[in-house]
Design a binder for this molecule. Structure first.
Ligand SMILES: [Zn+2]
Length: 296
């Protein structure tokens, strides 16, 4: 079973050829998605589900013997809570990889959310209906869920609990460990499924990583993050990114080469445009990084 899943991950899925210019993911096929349910759910490993947020971002649910953990909450325009409850009835821990609105958008549907302290303020600011409508408009060109797919419960005044490097969520038979990965945001974190060697990587290890936003760290700091991940590469075989398809952990080597080529001036950079601003972009192997030359 496990072998079949890995085959699916590595051979059955292709990497994006065209990057989505209005989001840090491959381009969702909007026309195809229009008539489909908002969330599509796929079991991609033993007790691991990928919940696609209408193609805009990836939400992951990992179930252990005693409890389950929800990694990221998407754009927040549909009822994620109900979708999760159809999969598992176990006590649920909710975490965010970072505070961006396409990863923390449904936080209001949950009482408690764990995240890195450096991103809590951003997540709070984005957790209003106007921000959800804006980010969904930017990323899905105004696609909205059907009325019955929307969240009709009472929104929570979500309590945020800070977590930092090394924190472990114990699901009894599987442990999920926090790895700090500043770069895309100062408080970006990844979650390592220790027993199953999976790293849920938020926007840190996407095919295209956005490093040009206002609060991104300087590029050399992001390089330190990638090098830290490389040192621990024996601990995980698969990266589960916030956008796009799962990829093998050696993808990090391409990312490091890409960032180094920017910092040493050997990359032939091109212009990059998106709804969030313009930048320069460099690519190496499977990896691309969009960055600002004034924030190296
Ligand atoms: Zn992000």
């Amino acid at each position: 079973m496990k072998g079949r899943i890995l085959l699916l991950i590595f051979f059955g899925l292709t990497l994006p050829e065209v990057y989505y210019t209005s989001g840090n993911s491959q381009k969702p096929d909007i026309s195809r998605l229009q008539d489909e349910p908002w969330f599509s759910v796929k079991e991609i490993g033993k007790g691991v589900w990928l919940i696609s947020d209408h193609g805009a971002d990836n939400i992951y649910l990992v179930e252990g013997k005693d409890s389950a953990i929800l990694i990221d909450t998407g754009l927040g325009v549909a009822d994620l809570r109900a979708t999760v409850r159809k999969i598992t009835g176990k006590p649920l821990i909710v975490v965010n990889t970072h505070g961006h609105p396409d990863h923390s958008g449904s936080n209001y549907q949950f009482e408690i959310v764990y995240m890195h302290p450096a991103d809590i303020e951003a997540a709070k600011q984005f957790n209003i209906p106007e921000a959800r409508a804006r980010s969904s408009g930017n990323m899905l060109q105004g696609n909205t869920p059907r009325e019955e797919e929307k969240f009709h419960g009472k929104p929570f005044d979500t309590r945020y609990i800070p977590v930092t490097e090394g924190h472990v969520f114990n699901l009894s038979d599987r442990r999920i460990q926090v790895m700090e990965t500043p770069g895309h945001t100062p408080g970006s974190i990844c979650f390592l499924d220790v027993e199953n060697k999976i790293l849920f990587s938020g926007d840190n290890n996407n095919g295209l990583v956005w490093l040009f936003l206002e609060n991104c760290t300087p590029l050399h700091k992001y390089l330190e993050t990638l090098q830290k991940q490389q040192k621990r590469i024996s601990e995980f075989t698969t990266l589960m990114p916030g956008h796009g398809e799962p990829v093998s952990s050696d993808f990090i080597n391409d990312q490091i080469a890409c960032v180094k080529s920017i910092l040493d001036g050997t990359c032939q950079a091109k212009e990059y445009k998106s709804f969030a601003g313009n930048a320069m972009i460099c690519s190496y192997g499977r990896a691309s990084v969009a960055y600002r030359p004034d924030n190296l």
